[in-house]
Structure formats: structure tokens, C-alpha cells
Design a protein around this ligand. Structure first.
Ligand SMILES: [Fe+2]
Length: 318
């Protein structure tokens, strides 16, 4: 396939403190060269004889293709980030920025600080929406290959020297201020509204336990930290538990095969959390059985290993 050039999004003659000469040179020489080279490399890759070409050659071309595509896409976003009055994001985006950064002013300070830190260096400063968590983050990407998986950048500041040197020399502070003055928030908002339509990655679904409520390991940690009384039952199978070295601090192990032997030791006045090794079956089944017996029971999603992965406290399992 052939990547096609995107026209300049911003109108260079309308920018405040950034000249058409700077934008033209950047667009033609840097964006244009990245796109042209991207097409050459892509063509090379597509026509390689993979049976005879050394793996290193394929790898080198593929990496170069990734770098050039990243540069191409971010340059398009950079030119589309300019052309506004830079004042204040519209309400939709401002409220999300305030929620995720504390305030628009705080976001701005962080964004500018990240840019200032690249003075004398090079890279991109991005405002990126992450569908997994439904939030915006600022990102300092020091080269063309640091992208956040699934992240959708909605604003890009080019901190490569070619983006400013022609006009600002080494004065990156003036260049960054000029960029901030020219942010096209209306266009960023359109990209943001598109971005939030992207669904987060699919989570584990267990239709057979769809009716059994779960809690996350973080929920359990918060319950314990807040002093809430909760009965935490480790129901890892006996054959597994005989090999286990550790157990969640505050949990007791009970044999999931013999619920009838220990169910009477539980109180119906306090919630019960059950879990197994990874959170697939046994913990869910135990919670289901306890719920049918009238307990307020939920299973901990991800089980023992999710608890360990969030560095939840464990003790030696005797
Ligand atoms: Fe650039």
C-alpha cells in the first residue's frame, strides 16, 4: 500500500508568533521526507523475498517502517494541533482535563514542564486518551517508538530541533509558549470525542458465573485499609495449596471440596470474599454456594496472583 500525504490542517498565515516559513519548511522537509521514506521502506518490505532475506534485514526495515509511520502520524497531529487561539479548552475537554489532572492550569504546567525538559534533546509531548482507563495523560515520548498501546493522542507538540530552530534558535521556551498560544482546542475536542467512543480492551468474561458478584483485589485492599470487617476465604484447591508458599494476609484457607464442614464458622453479618489461584472457577463456585446459603459473598477477580501482582500483603502459608 501507499501512504498518502495529508494536507496542512492549520492555516500557517493565521498563526500567532509562528511564521509560514517555519511551518512550510517543517511540513515539506520533515513531514514530507518521513512520508516519502515510509513509502519506500514499505515497498521494500512488501517486495522482499522472505525465504532468502536475512532476518536482521527484515527486522531493520520493519523497525524503520514503524519509526517513520510514527513520525508521519504525529506530524499530521502536530499540524492539526495548531490554528486556534490556545485560550481554554471547551467545556467537554476542560472537565475531563480537570478530572484527570486536577485543573486545566495544572495540566498546562505539566505539559509545558515536559516540553521544557526536552530542551536540547528531542521528542514529542502528547496529550493522550487511554481507552483502557478512560483517562487522559500527558506523555513525553523521547523517540518515535514510545507509544502507549491503545492510546489515542489528541494533541502533539514536536520538540525536535527542526520544529523551531529556524525561527526560535535555541529559545525553546519561546517556541513552547508560541505552541500553547496557537492550540486549536476545537479540533482537539473533536478528536477527543472520537477517542472516547473507542471501547476499552475486552475484559475476562465468565458467562457461567455472570450472576456471581465479584470484587477487585484493589477493592479488597480498600476494605481492609478502611477497617471494614470482612471474611476472606482462600479456597485454592487442596492439591494446589499443599504446594503453596504464601497466603493473603488476613485470609484463611478452606477446602473448597468441603464447604459443608466450614460454612457454619462464617458470619452472615459480615461480607465474605472468596478466591482461588487465578480467579477462574473455584473462587466463583465457592462464592456462588455461599450466596445460595444466604451469605453476602463475592469472589475476588484474578485470585491469589492478582492480589500478589498488586503487591497485596501475604504471609507464610503454614
Ligand atoms: Fe517535526
Amino acid at each position: 500500500m501507499r501512504y498518502r500525504i495529508a494536507p496542512l490542517f492549520c492555516r500557517p498565515w493565521t498563526l500567532n508568533g509562528m511564521s509560514p516559513r517555519l511551518i512550510e519548511s517543517h511540513y515539506e522537509n520533515n513531514y514530507g521526507s518521513a512520508l516519502t521514506r515510509l513509502n519506500v521502506v514499505t515497498c521494500d518490505l512488501e517486495t522482499l523475498d522472505l525465504k532468502t532475506t536475512p532476518a536482521q534485514v527484515v527486522s531493520r526495515l520493519s523497525r524503520e517502517q514503524t519509526t517513520l509511520l510514527y513520525s508521519t502520524l504525529l506530524h499530521e497531529l502536530y499540524f492539526a494541533s495548531l490554528g486556534g487561539d490556545g485560550r481554554r479548552p471547551s467545556e467537554i475537554i476542560a472537565s475531563r482535563i480537570s478530572r484527570d489532572f486536577g485543573s486545566v492550569e495544572r495540566w498546562r504546567q505539566e505539559f509545558v514542564a515536559l516540553a521544557e525538559a526536552l530542551a536540547g534533546d528531542c521528542g514529542w509531548i502528547l496529550l493522550t486518551y487511554v481507552p483502557r482507563d478512560g483517562r487522559l495523560i500527558n506523555q513525553s515520548a523521547s523517540d518515535h517508538a514510545q507509544s502507549i498501546v491503545g492510546g489515542i493522542p489528541i494533541l502533539a507538540l514536536d520538540m525536535y530541533e527542526h520544529a523551531y530552530h529556524l525561527e526560535f534558535g535555541a529559545n525553546t521556551t519561546a517556541y513552547i509558549a508560541a505552541f500553547m498560544r496557537n492550540i486549536h482546542w476545537e479540533a482537539a475536542e473533536v478528536r477527543y470525542t472520537d477517542a472516547i467512543k473507542v471501547s476499552p480492551p475486552r475484559r475476562l468474561e465468565q458467562p457461567e458465573f455472570g450472576d456471581v458478584p465479584s470484587v477487585t483485589p484493589e477493592d479488597v485492599q480498600e476494605m481492609l485499609n478502611s477497617g471494614q470487617r470482612v471474611q476472606i476465604i482462600d479456597t485454592r484447591p487442596r492439591h494446589y495449596s499443599t504446594r503453596a508458599q504464601d497466603i493473603v494476609e488476613g485470609a484463611v484457607w478452606r477446602d473448597p471440596e468441603r464447604i459443608e464442614d466450614w460454612i457454619d464458622t462464617l458470619s452472615k453479618d459480615q461480607p465474605v470474599v472468596t478466591f482461588c489461584v487465578y480467579g477462574f472457577h473455584i473462587g466463583c463456585q465457592s462464592a456462588d454456594t455461599l450466596r445460595k446459603a444466604g451469605f453476602d459473598a463475592r469472589y475476588m477477580a484474578g485470585g491469589h496472583y492478582a492480589w500478589k501482582a498488586i503487591k497485596g500483603p501475604v504471609k507464610r502459608f503454614e
